[in-house]
Design a protein around this ligand. Structure first.
Ligand code: ARG
Length: 560
């Protein structure tokens, strides 16, 4: 509302040439509170008005008047507006209490569908930190999309195909032990795979054996298929343990292999469009104009590859879901692959190719280095999550030895800590994996927000607050940062989705928690003159912390 009022006034002052919508788009929310609550940059006007931005700011600001503007200042070419607390508090809280569940939701995604390709671990291999990142980022984006009105489809595109499975089959056939596989499937499969890798250096004929096994798999040989299916089943069972811990589900779990018998149609289509070319016996789509290397479609030995399956899957998903956006939440290292996929589809005249977006992210580091699967260096994910839970349990025991449901809370805190640690960083950056950092109650962590949430719960109980009887005009000056936190929530949700960046929400929640703790340290609530108004505000904060965490995929225990 404040933005609309400001835009209307500025547009009126500037005259017809600058429509209100345009003006409103220019209005910013300053990062520093010393720059006010709203800011209008005058730089884009300088050329046409033939005046300096500074002068324009001076002239326009002198004419701005409204009861909701407490103060209007200019700094450089900016007009900075300081809002009147009483008005904003009342307006914001009235909006919130009209329908707390709807506060922060949007309509712009209504009737549209977003398909998310996320998690996508590879069978017979450990679930890596990269897959964890994809899982939690994808899940948060899906929740954000829903808040914006979209339908979402979360797809777990399991890596269950490729020539490496020939090697794995050969290796298992030679060295595998059924018992070990049953006990500890991923470890056993990794063991034989590594063994194969070493042995094949001494004995290159093993490579041929691997090829033969892959051929058998492609030809639907009974033994090969049965083994492969078994590997897949036991791997999925392992992954399921991790998804259960994380509390994440999918709408569809489908392996790459599903597309094996559907790729001919894709290849025929590329042929018909006249973009498939022969190159040294292989078939490729050249992407010279796009300045990309050719996309390999079929190898000279007739086998298809990762890209062929992804092209087929994209076409199939478009047909099935008629998506408006298809997000591929996959690490940076696959940037070229997704550029190629998109451009091959574009070359095939499929206009919707532009709806494909690679949501890339950085690596998880340990002591500044990539966490690698080799050399036994990986922190296995399930282990890491369990470690986080037991650390959280320890911390809780120290802080609150009487706590009921301590085990459940420890799980919510430990898992939440891992998820939040990932999401609070801009996804494009690398993240250092540090259990200690993610679990502290005082830092930029989930436990800090969860703990703050629990404080608000007990305060509301103490004040016997009833959300059906809110009082919305808050005058206490120290409450202003909290009012702003509430006011900004809808905008944060919108931007976090539109920029595919959950860290915007994560940081907003940290700010909110910090503002609350600061406020509560210095302000008497229960027993004060404004008790009901302050509790009404705190309830809105409480609601937002819980809601925000839930969007990030994190639970908020009532007590901790
Ligand atoms: N399984 C692949 C990997 O671990 C990621 C798959 C990503 N999704 C896709 N549609 N290609 O590298």
């Amino acid at each position: 509302m404040e933005k609309q009022i400001l835009a209307l006034q500025i547009a009126h002052i500037l005259g017809e040439e600058y429509p209100r919508d345009w003006v409103q788009q220019q209005i910013e929310t300053p990062k520093q509170s010393s720059h006010g609550d709203l800011a209008f940059p005058c730089f884009p006007l300088a050329k046409t008005l033939k005046k300096s931005p500074h002068l324009i700011a001076e002239e326009v600001s002198s004419q701005l008047k409204h009861p909701i503007f407490k103060d209007v200042q200019t700094i450089g070419g900016y007009i900075n507006i300081f809002l009147a607390q009483g008005f904003v508090a009342e307006h914001t809280l009235n909006q919130f209490y009209q329908d707390p569940e709807a506060f922060g939701t949007h309509e712009f995604g209504k009737g549209k569908t977003v398909v998310l390709d996320m998690s996508a671990p590879n069978i017979a291999k450990p679930f890596s930190m990269g897959h964890l990142r994809s899982t939690v980022i994808g899940n948060a984006l899906s929740n954000l999309a829903q808040k914006c009105g979209y339908e979402t489809v979360k797809i777990n595109y399991i890596g269950d195909y490729g020539t490496q499975f020939g090697k794995l089959l050969a290796a298992y056939h030679k060295w595998g032990q059924e018992e070990s596989l049953k006990q500890n499937p991923i470890q056993e499969l990794t063991r034989v795979y590594v063994e194969f890798h070493h042995a094949s250096k001494e004995d290159p004929s093993l490579i041929d054996e691997g090829r033969e096994w892959f051929k058998k798999l492609e030809d639907n040989d009974e033994e090969a298929v049965a083994l492969w299916k078994w590997f897949k089943a036991v791997s999925l069972e392992e992954f399921e343990k991790i998804y259960n811990l994380l509390g994440i589900t999918f709408d569809l779990t489908r392996g790459e292999a599903y597309y094996n018998d559907k790729m001919d149609t894709t290849i025929d289509m590329l042929q018909e469009k006249g973009i498939l070319e022969k190159s040294e016996g292989a078939q490729v789509v050249r992407l010279d104009e796009e300045e990309l290397p050719p996309c390999l479609i079929r190898k000279s030995n007739g086998t298809t590859i990762y890209a062929t399956r992804d092209l087929t899957a994209a076409i199939d998903r478009k047909k099935t879901y008629d998506f408006d956006e298809a997000l591929y939440v996959v690490g940076h290292e696959q940037t070229l692959h997704f550029q190629q996929i998109k451009h091959v589809l574009k070359k095939a005249d499929l206009a919707w190719a532009d709806q494909l977006k690679h949501i890339s992210f950085g690596m998880m580091l340990q002591d500044g280095k990539k966490m690698s699967t080799r050399q036994g260096k990986t922190v296995l994910l399930e282990q890491a999550l369990k470690e986080a839970i037991s650390q959280a349990a320890k911390n809780i025991k120290e802080k609150n030895p009487q706590l009921k449901d301590a085990e459940e809370v420890a799980e919510q805190v430990g898992v939440g800590a891992v998820i939040f640690h990932d999401l609070k960083h801009d996804r494009r950056n690398d993240v250092e994996f540090s259990l200690e950092d993610m679990l502290t109650f005082e830092g930029h962590t989930a436990p800090y927000i969860q703990y703050t949430y629990a404080r608000t719960v007990s305060l509301l109980e103490k004040g016997n607050f009833d959300p059906n009887e809110p009082v919305t005009d808050v005058q206490t000056a120290s409450a202003w940062p909290l009012i702003k936190t509430i006011r900004l929530f809808p905008e944060v949700i919108e931007r976090a989705y539109q920029e595919y960046d959950p860290s915007k929400l994560a940081r907003h929640l940290l700010d909110g928690a910090r503002h609350f703790n600061k406020f509560y340290a210095h302000t008497k609530v229960v027993g004060s003159d404004e008790e009901q108004a302050l509790l009404s505000l705190i309830y809105a904060v409480n609601h937002q912390l819980k809601e925000g965490l839930s969007i990030l995929g994190i639970q908020a225990p009532e007590n901790m």
